[in-house]
Design a protein around this ligand. Sequence first.
Ligand code: GLU
Length: 516
Amino acid sequence: MRPVRLRFAPSPTGPLHIGGVRTALYNYLYARKNQGTFILRIEDTDQGRYVKGAESYIIESLEWLGIEFDESPAKGGDFGPYRQSERKALYQEYTDQLIKSGAAYYAFDSSEELEAMRKKFNEQGVHSPKYDANTRMTMRNSLTMTPEEVIDQLEKGDNVVVRLKLDPGQLVAFSDVVRGEVAFNTSELDDKVLLKGDGMPTYHMANVVDDFLMEISHVVRGEEWLSSTAHHVLLYRALGWEDKMPTFAHLPLILNPTGKGKLSKRAGAKFGFPVFPLSWQAETEEDSFEGFREYGFDADATLNFLAFLGWNPGSKQEIFSREELVGAFSLDGIVKSGARFDIDKAKWFNQQYILQSTAKDLLPRVKSLLENKGVEKNDSFLLRFIELMKERVTLIPDFYEVASYFFSAEFDYDEKTIRKKWKGDNIDDIKQLFSLIETIETWNSETLQNTIKGFIQENGLSFGNILPLVRIATSGTMKGPDVFEMMALLDKADMVKRLRESLVKFDAVKEQASQS
Ligand code: GLU
């Protein structure tokens, strides 16, 4: 058995889409499961598409999720360099080998000439003509020119590329762990460029050379690369490396929440949720994106959610720790059909993680959230607060968004409930109850509960008429944790002030209601 070595090979052409993170995750899980090696290789040979900051974005995203590499540009390793732009000479060497063996050839066509060729063949009725066995003999390349002309062209150096020469009518078959047997006819494929005018390899050349040299055993990547794989197989053959070809697994597409169409980077803005791991700030609003992290998702919950986006463990279990994911993961569990990106499911995972976490686990994140909002509270307050709110939040920012009344008396009142409850005999009873609360000396949830419930019972009142107003008076909302616990946590002076002020507010709402 050859050693298990997997790589994640992103191109730094922009922020890493959530689909790319899923690819990294599956590679990582498989490598860990099989005591293999996981490698980060930066595929930065397309200099025209290079985006500053993209590489560090990729690294920070994976760090956030705890997807760790054994070999990478930063860590080094025995198979480096791990950035393709630093491996230029290697690709040249293998391209020369292909030229020598006749598997590849030089071509010198300008973009105008390529365009003219397409036009000409189109007019002759050829459907989407490409550079291939049908057309190449009409073009300017080392197959059609004399050796002297070729040398001359190479010296001039204009538009020099190297292309892979495909024999038409051949079947290129390979087996894919997810898709099964896959076959392409070479007549459907073009003579791909391997080396570009700037001496840089294309994705295909660099990818195959590096997978071979880095002894990659499994290539796990997105479905969009499936058709390129035919070219890759041909390259392995042409280079005499066929017995070292990796096992291929092409992951299903990630679909829009509607289930239709591929999830695009713009889907986030359209549907109002993140499709990137971290926020990305670009020059224009349109190219800037919000991230899972900034949106308030937990890294482990995000990991769990992504693991299920195209894979299932074959059991009913959904909540997996990282270790459990490593244990359960297998390429056989990857599904063929597209995986729908369901943000509600992501939120559900996050909620489960919050529920499973202790208040102590959550403390640092809640604390920093609140500090950013200008709220400072001591740890013992926060631990009790988290305990109370844990079951009522989905994302960390909810600890502020739905609970701001814990930190400020400036909140909106649920006027609908006031209109329903603040009428008739209630009013005098409530006023009495509020005064009674002011006399409580031992301010804890037990005394509060005994006093308030005792008052309701002794006066023959109904809980349903009185308690909602106590709740609204102190927090503004009917949606909250146990009201006695909440009041006990906040200090007495604050509560008394809120109770008094609420009476004025209740009257104002009543007044308004009677006028309308
Ligand atoms: N550089 C390619 C990308 O950006 C890698 C594809 C592959 O894994 O072969 O996705």
